[in-house]
Ligand binder design. Structure first.
Ligand SMILES: C[S@@+](CC[C@H](N)C(=O)[O-])C[C@H]1O[C@@H](n2cnc3c(N)ncnc32)[C@H](O)[C@@H]1O
Length: 196
């Protein structure tokens, strides 16, 4: 089976709800190539191992697993961020926080991001304010190690990461700007099951 035939095999009505783009991106992820390569090479034949891998990922997507948890990365602002099961996948609408800061805050010197997760907000602000002292905190040690790695991947060296239950371990209480995208759905919320 060729790549194109496999993509067509996934394009039934149910999968259209997910969008064919996810399946294209799975192929790109498998071959570690971009979409331009995909369009130029869609007649390439898949071997059995490649086919098995794509089918397994496609089943996971159909069962509701977000694409980013398979590719383990997500674009946010101008950054490419690593994500895993310890971090929320940064959402496109969270970029509104960055745009709002950009439009309404004049050169903050000290910035705090509470509940940083993958580091998305703190690192995006770090690109806007290269001279600011930025602190990013989260209660989750595992999320913080992803955030630290994301800082390195994106060559950002002026963000300090602190494990803290909100303000508990943050001794400095004097910031020009505090940003946060806190948890907004309770773990036992009855609607969660429908929000895959
Ligand atoms: C909705 S996620 C947002 C992640 C990231 N800021 C983003 O926008 O993609 C909320 C984050 O808050 C963190 N968090 C939850 N409870 C916390 C607490 N008590 N203190 C600090 N961080 C907390 C979670 O670990 C999670 O990373």
């Amino acid at each position: 089976m060729t790549i194109l035939e496999w993509l067509h095999s996934q394009a039934n009505i149910f999968n259209e709800k997910i969008g064919t783009n996810d399946f294209r991106l799975l192929v790109c992820h498998l071959f570690k190539k971009n979409t331009a390569w995909l369009f130029a090479n869609s007649n390439q034949t898949l071997d059995q191992a490649q086919l098995n891998q794509l089918n397994q990922w496609a089943d996971e997507i159909k069962a509701g697993k977000p694409l980013a948890y398979i590719t383990r990365e997500k674009a946010f602002w101008t950054l490419k961020l690593k994500v895993n099961e310890h971090t929320l996948i940064p959402r496109p609408e969270t970029e509104l926080i960055i745009e709002t800061v950009q439009q309404s805050v004049n050169l903050p010197k000290k910035i705090l991001d509470l509940g940083t997760g993958s580091g998305a907000i703190a690192l995006a602000l770090a690109t806007l304010f290269p001279k600011a002292k930025i602190t990013a905190s989260d209660i989750s040690k595992d999320a913080l190690s992803v955030a630290r790695e994301n800082a390195k991947i994106n060559h950002i060296y002026h963000v300090d990461f602190i494990q803290s239950d909100w303000f508990t371990n943050i001794d400095d209480k004097d910031f020009d700007l505090i940003v946060s995208n806190p948890p907004y759905i309770a773990a036992d919320d009855e609607h969660l099951a429908n929000l895959k």
